[in-house]
Design a protein around this ligand. Sequence first.
Ligand SMILES: [Zn+2]
Length: 665
Amino acid sequence: MKRIVIYLLAGCIAAGVLSARNRGVIDTSESPHVKLRSLDLDAVAWNGGFWAGRFEVIRNNTIPTLWRAMEDPANGAQYASFLKTTGRGGENLNVRTLNVWSDGDVYKTVEAVALVFTTTKDPAIDRRMDEIISVFAEAQEKDGYLSTPMRLKGLERWTNLQNHELYNMGHLMTAACIHHRATGKKNFLDIATKVADYLYVTFQPRPKRLTHFGFNPSNIMGAAELYRTTGDRKYLELAGIFTQMRGSAPGGSELNQSRTPLLQETEAVGHAVTAMYLYAGATDVYAESGGQPLLDALQRIWNDVAGRKMYVTGAVGNLYRGASRKGDNVHEAFGLDYELPNRFAYTETCANIANAMWNWRLLSLSADVKYADTMELTLYNSMLSGMGLEGQDFYYSNPLRRHGDELPRVVRRQDPPLRSTVLPCYCCPTSIARTVAGLKGWAFAKTPDALWVNLYGSARVDTDTAGGRFSLVEKTDYPWSGAIGFTVEKAPAGETGLMLRIPAWAEGATARVGNEAARKLQAGSYAALRRVWKTGDRVELQLPMTPRLVVANPYVESARNQVAVMRGPLVYALESPDMPAGVRVSEVSLSPGVRFEERFDKSLLGGVMVLEAQARLRPDGDWTGLLYRTLRPEPVRSARIRLIPYYAWANRGMSHMTVWIPRAD
Ligand SMILES: [Zn+2]
């Protein structure tokens, strides 16, 4: 018996078990410049409903799919590069076609697995993570540097900023923090601190030749999170250096936001994923260090994105071949103001998710609902559209229109015409997996005397407040229904707030506590319900979910004289499998007074609320060989049409689809 105890103890020490405090997906529990603090990873569990369903898809389908893909050397292998580097396998790996950023996608998968573990506590998952982490440790070089593609390809360190060395090591740091919070172990975190110590030695002197390194700066969020995890301020200093170095000397490019220092930047430029990662990382730096000029710059850029460069789906990064006012050669990039093509929307899933990540961080700083609205818009629409309903096939681009044809690969280079499991790059699927797996950590936040609800979904939440534990059960069919109920299971002592997000679209929202009269709530605010709560208290929130027509700024040519249909946070789409026989998507127009009938169809697309309406039809006629013709009187008919949530499009084979539909005035 004694011997067993000793062995167990030895095992724990070997794996580096700590009695760590379980903290949030981002740990803002002590951030000095944050208003809303994240809850611990185990404070919230989905409990049926929409996000619980997506969480199960990630757990049961996406993660096994990603592992299979990453262990298959014929499939742009990723984990195989660790096996090959350590001499443990990967013999068939083609080093020539191995992506330089592939390590990062492996770390993102482990991060998703660790986040799933916080719900399942499955010991088999824990053991598997330990096995993989031991391979990471073996692959790490003596000085702390770690990039298996660089080593296998025999490339020299820090010679090409697009070698993604900082991207890989940045995701390593983030994943290690999450693993530590999820398991209490230090085995991955030790690898991360060695990486960060190496990066500190390399970058702290700010060597001139590395001024504009690197490309996708996941290293800023990674170093900031490592500071939050370890308390070692040199990692915060490192995150600050990464934020300020780009653009601090001539010779940079808008491609990776290194032409202009961030503090002087006035607009979102360049590669949209690198941009959003920079802005999100810089927001973490502000959360810890403050500095009004940095906050001012981030707000200028946010106003530019939300006011001129974002799709109605929350997607960003409109052009494969982007535009730069300063003449730089940019790709996968922001275009110019109001340049938002539908069919050619590049809108990489990673960029959209990073937009949500950035907005979540800005929400934490400010408690301003506009950030929560943007975050939610992106998550439900241009994040989920990156994944098939079963969570096993993926899109890189998320266009708003398709004419039933394959676009030239110059426009959508990475994507096959239909979502695919076999991809040249796994950045997007791993981004979706880790985001959905951790989303319960985004749903709530707290201030000392209040619990804040950012995202609605059936859940159980249990957290500390100034008055003690506050436990609630939330029950809702959101986003299909706007009825959201909370029951207090454990009430803190003294007056405590329940802060409910009322999205800007929710005009006419009401809340009722117990049998009291319903209260009207202001759209675009957090409604404060403050009182001394008792066990069993009930709150009924009603968000009006009436379908609405949305129009774009007249400067957005691609949406001119068109409407998009939204219901709650969901953008709707018209797709050819739902059209009446003989009617084309392009023939439909909607009058501003159109009435939608809402019907939940549980057998369609995994269960969705469809919107049905009588629409005007202007038959296209025969355009064979024609680009223009003289307008002649056209017969106008009408037909019953059905719209589906945009995220569920392209799950029924090749189709025609549009989000923007012409106005019939
Ligand atoms: Zn991606």
